[in-house]
Design a protein around this ligand. Structure first.
Ligand code: FAD
Ligand code: MLT
Ligand code: ZN
Length: 475
């Protein structure tokens, strides 16, 4: 039977309201939904549908299942692997979750928030703060990414060191399955050993197994004090020693440990010239650290200062600045967060989001930099990331005299060279960004046959028609 797109759009409009069904056929511009944040992927879609509640999501999913239309779930569309971008268009619909943005419940005794998938991450943080709690997930895109997208990608960010990945923050989920049925495991339990923990399947599944419509997440006591420091050092090995020493001395109070290479810092200064110089001397590597707790600012500053001084004496760092106030601390964070934006402005960089045991990072970096020198002379490594989690963004920009467009054409070659080194050390080719369409071919190469087979069997069991975000994660 031929597919009648007009009839499909009309039926979707009848289910959720015509105003919430956008289509080129209706003269709507879909570009902001069909292109990814980094501008690497541009697809087409029959429509963008924006249901307003879980029942409407179910209705759309049932319609899609009956008419064999593929759905591409989309949150804030800030993902870095093309997971929320549709591909060919004729039979793909973007299911945009932004209208599911209600906070259903905040339980201050259970320390949980139950929020709908389309809530912007920053709004969830603010809701938590309004009841004197912390929702600790924090990342550069927090002003536009959605909690559903964070869960679907198992996002990491800058506080994983203390609070874990998104997976560690989720207690319960509500999920619309590919046949339109509702899986309600929206419980706020910290202990529940009643067989398989089904919610875990959907966390990090990048929209390939179902649509997350709501979640119950953990809240923590809001910290009363926070201190930020910035240190310079000669080597990554020193940074790894610094991490161990600071964790040992500050324990649970130590919340963030971010690595910045000199080229990454220089790039921010180039594209954001108002960024202040932070240390007097230049170093090949820098680390941004943060500690927070429930005591006074003075006590925390003193503890951080003591820890840093002993690290300076022990040779784990060469130079350090302890932010004197909130504004200086924010400026340090701005420097870190602006690396991603500066790289986008610079263009043509090949991104890698790898993880390794922290102890293996110095040797990996030495090895990978040497390989680059030999195999890709002139290429500019822009290395930074969440060293405290063993996660580096080992990005490679084009050599100064190479056209960024030509450099992009060498992505496969560069990826293979880096990922082979990572894989030989039993690391991961995607620590926190996911697979999407960017890394699906590499996943097929670097994951074991048995892991892939189990993933395919789970996919087939839950989504036998293959309509849930096809072409993402699995080939
Ligand atoms: P989208 O991009 O819309 O979607 C991402 C994936 O999730 C897609 O596969 C999509 O189909 C699926 N999806 C979205 N919503 C749902 C849903 N409700 N149900 C089922 N599937 C769904 N990531 C990190 O991990 N750490 C960082 O530090 C970090 N920093 C970033 C900084 C910047 C400046 C930018 C642009 C991105 C950064 N990211 C980071 C990547 C990105 O922000 C995260 O992956 C984020 O979790 C994606 O959320 P989103 O709502 O934008 O999801
Ligand atoms: C970050 O840590 O800044 C993000 O993961 C985004 C990026 O890769 O730049
Ligand atoms: Zn990151």
């Amino acid at each position: 039977m031929t597919f009648d797109s007009k009839a499909w759009l009309a039926e979707a409009g009848a289910l959720i309201g015509d105003a919430h069904v956008l289509a080129e056929e209706h003269g709507d511009d879909l570009t902001s939904y069909t292109q990814d944040w980094g501008g690497k992927f541009q697809g087409r879609a029959l429509a963008v549908v924006r249901p307003g509640n879980t029942t409407e999501v179910q209705a759309i999913v049932k319609l899609a299942a009956r008419t064999k239309v593929a759905l591409v779930p989309q949150g804030g569309n800030t993902g870095l692997c093309g997971g929320s971008t549709p591909d060919d268009g004729s039979r793909q619909v973007v299911l945009q979750l932004g209208r599911l943005n209600r906070v259903r419940e905040i339980d201050t005794e259970n320390n949980t928030a139950t929020v709908e998938a389309g809530c912007i991450l920053q709004a969830v943080q603010e809701q938590a703060a309004s009841v004197d709690r912390l929702f600790p997930l924090s990342l550069g895109a927090e002003g536009s990414c959605q909690i559903g997208g964070n869960i679907a990608t198992n996002a990491g960010g800058v506080q994983v060191l203390r609070y874990g990945n998104t997976r560690d923050l989720v207690l319960g989920l509500e999920v619309v399955l590919p046949n339109g049925e509702l899986l309600d495991v929206l419980r706020g339990l910290r202990k529940d050993n009643t067989g398989y923990d089904l919610k875990q399947l959907f966390i990090g599944s990048e929209g390939t197994l179902g649509i997350i419509t709501a979640a119950t997440v953990k809240l923590y006591p809001a910290p009363r004090s926070k201190v930020v420091a910035f240190a310079g050092m000669k080597s990554i090995a020193q940074a790894v020693c610094l991490l161990a020493a600071m964790r040992h001395q500050l324990g649970e109070r130590f919340t963030a440990f971010e690595l910045l290479s000199a080229p990454a810092v220089d790039l921010v200064h180039c594209y954001f010239p108002d960024t202040p110089a932070l240390l007097e001397a230049n170093w090949p590597w820098y680390v941004l650290m943060e500690a927070a707790d429930g005591g006074s600012d003075e006590a925390l500053r003193e503890a951080m200062q003591d820890a840093l001084m002993s690290c300076l004496e022990n040779g784990a760092l060469e130079d350090v600045l302890l932010a004197s106030n909130l504004a200086q601390g924010n400026a340090l964070w701005m420097l870190r967060e602006n690396i991603t934006h500066a790289q986008k402005m610079d263009g043509g960089n090949i991104k890698h989001d790898i993880s390794l045991p922290i102890s293996a990072i110095p040797a990996f970096v030495d090895n990978a930099l040497l390989m680059l020198d030999n195999a890709f002379p002139g290429a500019r490594p822009i290395v930074y990331g969440h060293l405290g989690d063993g996660n580096l963004h080992f990005n490679i920009a084009a050599a100064a005299d190479v056209d960024p467009g030509h450099w992009q054409l060498r992505t496969g070659e560069v990826n293979k060279a880096i990922y082979d080194i990572v894989s030989a050390r039993r690391g991961s080719i995607s620590a926190e960004h996911g697979i999407g369409q960017l890394k699906r071919h590499e996943l097929a190469h670097y994951k074991t046959a048995m892991e892939l087979d189990i993933m395919h069997r789970i996919k087939a069991a839950l989504d036998p028609q293959g309509l849930m975000n096809p072409g993402k994660v699995l080939q």
